[in-house]
Design a protein around this ligand. Structure first.
Ligand SMILES: [Zn+2]
Length: 268
């Protein structure tokens, strides 16, 4: 499932490759992924010029000359910029540009491709209710987000309405870097714990982004990212030794999720 680093990289690639391109035709194979009728979707975006794309949590938000195109890959998928005669085998929706290139979008399971009229983003509830982007939060803002909260730290970090972009793949190493057990109560965190957790989110995501994000996702040009199993510290490494203290990494059920932790570095 794509998380902040993957979406950040796709936004960057879209800015590099799609800006100024004009959408000349649209084909929708899966109307259920739209938020409006196919007719309204086409009327909104046909002839529009692509402007800036940015990442908001797990969403890609593209501004165009006629409103906004919002994409959420759900459990995963591909956004591929290809020559029109070389379309990938599977795609759900495609945007053709005037120069023979096509942006083909595929979802492995289900995703969203939404159109929002100019000035209407505040009314798009799925993105409007997102918390601040995890990488854009300053350390002071992070302290403020956690102040006075009850509950467990892992649940908080995964709640997209509180802070956006962290998901089930990167959470293990983020918590490990901060030396925090997933079930640690927020109310017991010291200031230095919060500082370190903030830094851990930054470090983990920056490291993945520098490598083009996860290697199980393709970039806009069809190449794999460079962040893979060799980059994981404790995540998905049950039974291997902790890179810091060499204790054996454990897989634990933590509430409704599974966690990978070092029992020594992340004691409760
Ligand atoms: Zn350890």
């Amino acid at each position: 499932m794509p998380e902040l680093p993957e979406i950040f990289c796709r936004a960057r690639e879209m800015n590099e490759s799609l800006r100024e391109r004009v959408i000349t035709s649209i084909e929708v194979k899966q109307p259920q992924c739209l938020n409006v009728s196919v007719e309204a979707f086409e009327a909104g975006l046909l002839g529009s010029r692509i402007d800036d794309t940015h990442q908001q949590g797990k969403w890609l938000v593209t501004d165009t000359s006629q409103g906004h195109l919002l994409i959420n890959l759900g459990m995963g998928g591909e956004l591929l910029l290809v020559e029109r005669h070389a379309l990938p085998e599977k795609w759900r929706i495609r945007f053709d540009f005037e120069d023979g290139l096509t942006l083909a979008i595929n979802f492995w399971w289900f995703g969203n491709v939404h159109y929002v009229e100019p000035g209407g983003l505040a009314n798009h509830t799925m993105t409007a209710k997102l918390g601040p982007n995890a990488m854009d939060v300053t350390v002071d803002e992070f302290h403020a987000l956690l102040a006075g909260r009850r509950g467990r730290i892992k649940s908080f970090l995964l709640d997209q309405s509180k802070i956006a972009g962290i998901g089930n793949a990167y959470i293990h190493d983020i918590l490990f870097r901060a030396g925090l057990h997933p079930l640690r109560s927020i109310s017991t965190l010291q200031d230095q714990d919060i500082d370190l957790l903030h830094q851990s989110i930054q470090d983990e995501f920056r490291r993945s982004i520098a490598k083009g994000a996860a290697n199980y996702e393709l970039n806009l040009l069809g190449a794999r990212g460079g962040f893979g199993a060799q980059d994981l510290l404790v995540g998905y490494r049950e039974g291997k030794s902790c890179p810091v203290c060499h204790a054996l990494i454990e897989k634990q059920k933590t509430g409704s999720t599974t966690s990978y932790i070092c029992p020594q570095c992340q004691a409760m």
